[in-house]
Design a protein around this ligand. Structure first.
Ligand SMILES: [Zn+2]
Length: 477
């Protein structure tokens, strides 16, 4: 009797020990070894640490965004009309060079600064100027197409409300601060986001970068820290609810190339990489750095791949089928982190496409190693500036669209408005300040300035007043 009890206890202990060992030995976060989708599963996982050469795919992986050509950048309908240069009369006082005629029947429609516009004073003593196109005799207000058009609320109020949202105060909080109806704030956010999305699309193109860091971050991390939800629970919840925020940035200029919301899936990885390709200059192939999420490799392969005819191995038999392979210049490395019991226990660097020498050639001039630190740092900044991700989830913007609108606002605010400390530039000579403070040593810079997209720090009001032309303008305008 006693020995039986003892035996059962022994079995129990042995089982417990086995469970512990399994938990310890089993990797909690498996990375990828190869981007091929049809891989045999677990037993192979630990077989070899040396990366196998990528053998290519037999079909080009599909990308929804590539197939949907209507979403691509709009093109100018035809060659621009001749510029109008006035030689007679007094010099024009009002600068209209940032405006364009909106009349769809006018030959000068959409061409910015083509000399066809004249200022026509303030109708009814209103705050905004009226402009006249001298070609089609069409009158329009200088706010046409912006959030201020047709609004009774004061410009200052709208700008401050949007600034508050951009700084991370939620919709309800902003509404309370300015004593505005929350639905009005939401309406303004929706309009501003639409305009700023167009602004980003207009300004961010033809960009040349050496590196791109990609990351996907989830929106419930703060809840995890407080112990309200376990990490597994949070991830499970997020797998169902598409609350992953995807971001791509150039770590050198800190420019935020794209930001989006969606599931953690191949389709979404495809979409994000597609958006990055839209922003980059043709032929620009930067070094891509990501975490261990395996679908990035396929997404990069889709957009930076080519067909390669493999060499024959035998004299007889049919020729081998062509393979979809990465272009030889494509460089892609992963930072694979192993997290065990919520603690980071291991970081591995893995070059997926290209060679480690080529990757280091890009990184070593900056004194860097393979890392995704900059896009991860963005994570924190996002939490501070986007209320829907940060502290309160009970904002009016709970759904995916609402989050996307706040992210469009954040992208422009971050790239153009907010000076970034790490990209500030030293002044050739310190400038004395007006007060008693120490002399100014630095010139404040935004990521857009470092990337060469603009020459000054934009104000939010300036961004919101920018009338986005319907197509990219010729260079030098
Ligand atoms: Zn016109």
């Amino acid at each position: 009797m006693v020995s039986e009890l003892f035996f059962y206890q022994l079995v129990l202990i042995a089982l417990l020990w086995l469970c512990c060992m399994l938990h310890w030995v089993w990797p909690s976060d498996g990375g990828v070894t190869s981007p091929t989708p049809s891989q045999p599963t677990p037993p192979l996982r630990r077989r070899s640490r040396a990366p196998k050469p990528f053998v290519g795919l037999t079909a080009k992986p599909p990308c929804d965004a590539c197939e949907d050509t209507s979403a691509s950048h709009p093109h100018a309908p035809s060659a621009p009309p001749p510029r109008i240069v006035m030689t007679r009369g007094r010099r024009r006082q009002v600068d209209t060079s940032h405006h364009f005629c909106p009349n769809p029947d006018c030959a000068y429609r959409g061409w910015v600064g083509w000399g066809n516009l004249r200022a026509n004073g303030h109708p009814n003593g209103g705050p905004w100027r009226q402009l006249l196109c001298i070609v089609c005799r069409h009158y329009f207000l200088e706010t046409l197409g912006t959030i201020f058009h047709g609004k009774r609320a004061s410009v200052d109020l709208i700008v401050r409300v949007i600034a508050c949202l951009a700084e991370g105060l939620g919709i309800r909080g902003t509404a309370r601060v300015f004593e505005v109806d929350p639905n009005t704030v939401l309406q303004w956010l929706v309009e501003a986001a639409q305009q700023l999305q167009a602004f980003s699309q207009h300004v961010l193109h033809n960009i040349r970068v050496h590196q791109v860091q990609l990351d996907e971050l989830f929106a419930l991390l703060s809840a995890v820290k407080e112990g309200a939800v376990s990490e597994v629970e949070a991830i499970e919840r997020l797998e169902r609810a598409p609350q992953w925020v995807w971001a791509a940035m150039d770590p050198e200029s800190k420019l935020l190339l794209t930001i989006d919301v969606g599931n953690r899936t191949l389709a979404m990885a495809q979409r994000v990489v597609h958006q990055v390709v839209q922003v980059l200059a043709p032929g620009c192939m930067p070094l891509f750095l990501t975490d261990g999420f395996k679908e990035y490799a396929t997404a990069l392969l889709t957009h930076f791949g080519q067909w390669v005819q493999p060499l024959r191995r035998q004299d007889k038999g049919p020729a081998p089928k062509p393979r979809w392979m990465p272009q030889p210049q494509l460089l892609y490395a992963q930072v694979v982190k192993t997290v065990r019991r919520r603690r980071l226990v291991d970081v591995q660097h893995r070059v997926v496409f290209g060679t480690i020498e080529a990757v280091n050639q890009v990184l070593s001039p900056l004194g860097w190693q393979i890392n995704t630190a900059f896009v991860e740092r963005l994570n924190l900044s996002l939490r501070q500036h986007v209320a829907a991700i940060g502290r309160r989830v009970t904002t009016l913007c709970k759904d995916q669209d609402g989050l996307r609108q706040q992210l469009s606002l954040y992208q422009v605010y971050y790239n153009f408005v907010l000076p970034h400390v790490s990209v500030r530039q030293p002044l050739p000579q310190p400038e004395p300040t007006n007060g008693t403070g120490s002399a100014k040593q630095w010139r404040l810079c935004t990521p857009a300035m470092v990337a060469g997209l603009t020459d000054h720090v934009w104000g939010l009001r300036e961004v919101l007043l920018y009338r986005v032309p319907p197509w990219p303008q010729p260079a030098g305008v």
